[in-house]
Design a binder for this molecule. Structure first.
Ligand code: TA6
Length: 291
């Protein structure tokens, strides 16, 4: 199913329409500068394609769309914890129904803003009141900002990630720079390790880089392009490729689909962000393509 061609159920403006797939509502953006799709289930961006460019974001051909599961690919919003720190894995935000709050557009692009607030069901998993605003700036570049606000009467802390899956032509020829040297190796129980300036892939990579530079670059040689990832409000960058064995074990990934993806994630890990009542913090990722 080509999600971009779903029939419109509601046209909100020249550039923004709502469509639906298997009960999942998708905000579809078609603008002179770019095209994008954002699932309200998970607040999850599922495609982004600047005009005249190939897709930048990877979505699994076996991604499952139902309102109970996280979507494989895109930009999962992992919140209020990263990974298996608690259940469900990567938090509940990527499995929650977000609300479309605002859409705006001009000749530079389109801004979509979504909201997620605590509810009885979130408070059962995490006993705090919060307000999350997720802003997507869609144009020749993609900017995603997740602002979390403490609306409770006590402090709380959180971790998480904008867990972006990028499309690459062939993982075997991809080089990543800017992630820094020190990392915790999640394939070795979080062992602290040190790598070189350039990361290449010959097996599963699951690393939490603890002192990334301002910009991480994915050199996608076979596509003859570089993708620059500028993260803000983070304290780590996770880089992940599951390689073959793990892909085979995952029902929502095709056996060889690891060859065309890599995750570079704007991450809050280890040291959570603590917010006093009324305080906010923003986690961002800014994505651009260079030739
Ligand atoms: O970000 C890397 C990671 O935490 C890996 O350890 C891997 O499990 C991946 O995320 C996907 O997690 P998920 O819960 O979506 O299967």
């Amino acid at each position: 199913m080509d999600l971009r061609k779903l029939s419109t159920i509601n046209a909100l403006s020249d550039a923004v329409t709502i469509c639906e797939f298997q009960g999942v509502k998708i905000v579809r953006v078609i603008h002179d500068t770019a095209e994008a799709g954002i699932s309200l289930h998970g607040g999850h961006l599922i495609w982004f394609k600047p005009a005249g460019e190939q897709d930048v974001i990877w979505l699994s051909e076996k991604a499952e769309f139902d309102t109970t599961k996280a979507i494989r690919g895109g930009i999962p919003v992992c919140w209020p914890w990263f990974g298996k720190a608690a259940t469900p894995s990567h938090g509940f935000a990527r499995n929650s129904q977000w609300t479309l709050k605002e859409h705006r557009e001009n000749s530079n692009g389109v801004i979509i803003s979504l909201m997620l607030e605590d509810s009885e069901s979130t408070r059962k998993m995490w006993p705090h009141k919060f307000k999350n605003e997720l802003i997507f700036e869609i144009g020749t570049e993609l900017k995603v900002h997740l602002t979390s606000t403490n609306v409770d009467d006590h402090s709380w802390s959180y971790g998480g990630a904008l867990h972006t899956y990028f499309t690459v032509a062939d993982i075997n020829t991809v080089e990543i720079t800017g992630m820094g040297k020190e990392y915790n190796d999640s394939t070795q129980g979080g062992k602290i390790a040190e790598g070189g300036d350039t990361l290449t892939f010959t097996q599963e990579v699951d690393r939490v880089y603890t002192s990334p530079q301002d910009i991480i670059e994915i050199n996608d040689k076979n596509n003859q392009r570089q993708i620059a990832v500028e993260n803000q409000g983070h304290n780590a960058a996770v880089i992940w490729n599951p390689w073959q064995e793990l892909s085979i074990s995952m029902s929502d990934m095709a056996d060889n689909s690891f060859e065309t993806m890599v995750c570079v994630e704007s991450t809050i890990h280890g040291q959570d962000i603590e917010l006093a009542p009324g305080q906010s913090h923003t986690l961002s990722t800014l994505i651009s393509v260079k030739k």
